[in-house]
Design a protein around this ligand. Structure first.
Ligand code: PHE
Ligand code: NA
Length: 445
């Protein structure tokens, strides 16, 4: 059976942007920025996106396109008889970890959509939005219904194949999400006390840079947000043929993704300060802040409805790219059908989702890493450790295992001056930066 292909380059672009833009830009970006001092974090995050993540995105996509195989198979094909394929296993493993918690947050988003549909969230519940969120997420089985629904939708799209399932939905809903966010940003900025939130997000507190945690947090967010380091972009690249030029596409994806992150920050933080919400509330942050904004603005109930609908679709176009990584891998090695492979993989992720969800209820006291609950711990390992490690090995693979000619050829950079800059980045700058940030986080540096 021949492998699937994108219909057009635009199809690839939409799918890759769909993968990048998701809960990471709104939910994760906000709480990680809130936990890490705002402005200082944003500055480092943008620096890492430009200096490390976008060049690596090009690297990752080009590995997949050249090999035309999944994350493990690509290494096996391009470097037969070497241990490079082991880094592909990290990617498959990360996919389980990430979708294991992503599906829970996406499930919450569907629940919020539902509550705007019924009108329940259009006015503040008696105990407040914060309490309503806590009550819902700590329930043992209620959130699981929505998580199951989200995983089912993800599987259905992945079963129907990369092209049909993935390409079309993004065309409508990404622009819609952008428009809603821009409108919300204006409202948020108009609240009394909003300027403190603007200052929080845009004027760095320089003393924050002495905290080692902020570097790894910014690096992890850059990787997570660009879907980098676990093979999602590699797998999408493998459905691309050679006649499409890559560098421009990856810069476009980076710009788009950063735009969504910054605009969400402008929506969230002014409101956070205007309504006296703690910016360091962690993962619940947007689920408390957004309804509070919607309650204040005209037609807020409808805006909330459309917003959470668009957010769920953004989450879906990301989750399918995560599920696609192990699905494509198992299809090849076990000769499974796309249907069987994605259902089995998705079911295992759902089981992880049950564990994560219970971490907000009966297992709230379970803190695998430091003070972090189950979701935060899985997120920390996957986003701050495994994704950067995956990216590091991709950089080393193309920077050192490939010849310079092969590397430039794989990325459509032959004879280009920018290509030389890119090459220096992935050969030296990115690997060294990632290593330094790791050593720093470990307290060695
Ligand atoms: N980039 C996605 C988001 O921001 C999440 C994601 C991570 C997708 C890793 C694929 C791989 O929501
Ligand atoms: Na993102």
């Amino acid at each position: 059976m021949s492998r699937e292909k994108w219909g057009t380059k635009l199809g690839f672009m939409l799918a890759a942007m769909g993968s990048a833009v998701g809960l990471g830009n709104i939910w994760r970006f906000s709480f990680v920025a809130g936990n890490n001092g705002g402005g200082a974090f944003l500055l480092l995050y943008l620096l890492f996106v430009i200096l490390i993540a976008v060049p690596l995105l090009l690297t990752e996509v080009s590995i997949g396109r050249r090999a035309q195989s999944d994350v493990v198979g690509s290494y096996k094909k391009l470097a037969p008889g070497t241990p490079w394929f082991l880094s592909g296993f990290f990617g498959v493993f990360s996919a389980f970890l990430i979708l294991g918690f992503y599906c829970v947050v996406a499930g919450w988003s569907i629940y919020y959509f539902w509550n705007y549909l019924t009108g329940y969230f259009s006015t503040q519940p008696e105990a407040g939005y914060g309490a309503a969120f806590g009550e819902f997420t700590s329930h043992s089985w209620q959130p699981l219904f929505w998580v199951a629904l989200f995983m089912t939708l993800t599987i259905i799209i992945v079963v129907s194949g990369v092209k049909k399932g993935i390409e079309s939905a993004n065309k409508i809903f990404m622009p819609l999400l952008a428009i809603i966010l821009i409108i919300l940003a204006f409202y948020s900025l108009s609240f009394e006390g909003a300027s403190e939130g603007v200052r929080f997000l845009f004027s760095p507190d320089w003393s924050a840079f002495s905290d080692p945690g902020i570097y790894i947090a910014a690096l992890g967010q850059a990787f997570f947000s660009l879907s980098l380091g676990m093979g999602a972009m590699l797998t999408y690249g493998s459905y691309l043929s050679n006649d499409h030029k890559l560098p421009g596409a990856t810069i476009g994806i980076g710009l788009m993704d950063s735009f969504f992150a910054i605009i969400s920050g402008i929506v969230i933080f002014p409101a956070v300060f205007a309504f006296g919400i703690d910016p360091a509330s962690g993962p619940p942050l947007v689920f408390i802040t957004l309804p509070t904004i919607f309650e204040q603005i005209p037609f807020g109930g409808i805006v909330g409805l459309v917003f959470f609908f668009a957010l769920v679709l953004a989450a879906l176009s990301s989750s399918i790219s995560i599920l696609e990584v192990p699905t494509a891998y198992f299809m090849r090695i076990f000769n499974w059908s796309r249907r069987f492979s994605s259902i089995l993989t998705g079911a295992i992720m759902f089981v992880l989702g049950i564990i994560v969800s219970l971490g907000f209820g009966i297992w709230a006291g379970v803190t695998p890493i430091g003070e972090n609950n189950i979701l935060d711990s899985m997120d920390y390992i996957a986003s701050n450790v495994l994704l950067p490690l995956g990216g590091l090995s991709m950089a080393l693979f193309v920077g050192w295992y490939f010849t310079k000619e092969q590397a430039l050829d794989a990325t459509d950079f032959t004879g280009s001056r920018v290509g030389n800059v890119w090459y220096v980045i992935i050969k030296f700058v990115a690997p060294i930066s990632i290593l330094l940030i790791f050593l720093n986080a470990l307290g060695i540096l």
